[in-house]
Design a protein around this ligand. Sequence first.
Ligand code: CS2
Length: 481
Amino acid sequence: MTDALLKFSDHKNDLDYDPDAHAVGIVHIGIGAFHRAHQAVYTDDVLAKFGGDWRILGVSLRSAETANALNEQNGHYHLVIRPNDTEEPQFRVIRSVAGVLAAANGIDPIVEAMAQPNVRIVSLTITEKAYCLERATGKLDVSDPAIAHDLKNPDAPRSAVGLIVRALQIRQARGLDPFTAMSCDNLPDNGLLLKKAVLSFAQCVDTKLANWIEETTRFPSTMVDRITPATTDALISEVQTSTGISDRAPIETEAFSQWVIEDSFSSGRPAWDSVGVMFTRDIRPYEEMKLRMLNGAHSLMAYTGFLSRCRYVRDAMSDTRIAALIEMHIRAASRTLAQIDGVDYEQYGRALINRFKNPNIAHETYQIAMDGSQKMPQRIFEPALHALEHDGDIRTFAFATAIWIKYLIGRHDDGDSYALRDPREAEFAALCTLHSDNAEGLVKAIFDLPDLVPAQLAQSLRFQEMVQSKLVKIMRQGITE
Ligand code: CS2
């Protein structure tokens, strides 16, 4: 045992339990900061209050760094909860993670872990791009390198979709029940998307397997919410100073947390409903509320803030012009939503503004700006289309689109360049070079790209011209909106 481990086991929480008394029941693919601030915390609450064999085995498809750090600490880590005021942060040790397997150390142990009879749920936070579906057709993107690889080598998959299909194939061959596959990514109908990806992949591997998955496997949709910045060295030092424990994988997050799940599990689930998780049959309105109001405002803020040299969301919110834009956007986005019983969008919107202003959370605009091509459709384009079709106010959506296109140019006004960090960055770079002096041409070319702006929105001259005039203005006068 390492020093860190001894110290971790010395730490006393209000919610104390012996983690080793509980077997693994969940495999989670994509064990980054968000999962550890959200689903792992609800599961920790369940284990402490009700017990059960529901510990989480994490899977990291990228580097082995998180896996190594967490494994050295027996899976334990600190959650630092930062209230939205002058109150001191709270430090809590989370013990629901039993360990982490990294793909870099071999795929077979991961597949075997997912095929164990005690695993009843495989959950995912793999980010939008990893679902590898063409938006327009809903078909599996077989040109994606990981999917192309996995279709040739289904026994040695690299992608999350390939892993799930392989593990289900082994379970079927061994006569085991399937697990429930639960997406926790910020996509509308995330369960349905995962189901489509898994079934299309399985169809290519073995039709009988695809039929078995379709008949037996559940794919609940979820809405997840907790603002969680990436871990920094400053956080690692703060945890060490405040707790005396050397933790290489702490997480910082806000006090707010929300999880809404479609209640569709084939082999049981932890008593998440007893620790604040809401279960519903109709998840779509909750997903749209969060994606359009929170995430839409976040993306608008990320591009406007980053280009205005605001490093963090809280800095952008202290710029009165940007704060006003965000308030307007939240209001317009709420008008594109169907009512939800018991939810007051005005109140939800006010709470969002306060969460964004949290002075204790250092959430980088550049982090949120990443992967815009995967985020803009559900956050900005869908509500824009709704507003357009219902005589709503489209100005804020046109501005958000224009400022995103400005960001795609990859250069600040003073010439400093930055990396786009987007899976479609090569396509964007080519168009930005081609239309370097022509904002109108650039907007049109972006709108003409396949599988990005929904056809009905791209074909709306009113929307396109508004985006063009806003981009021309931003290029000439900077952000004056
Ligand atoms: C953010 C989200 O990075 C982003 O795109 O908008 O990660 C956001 O912080 C979470 O969805 C909040 O729940």
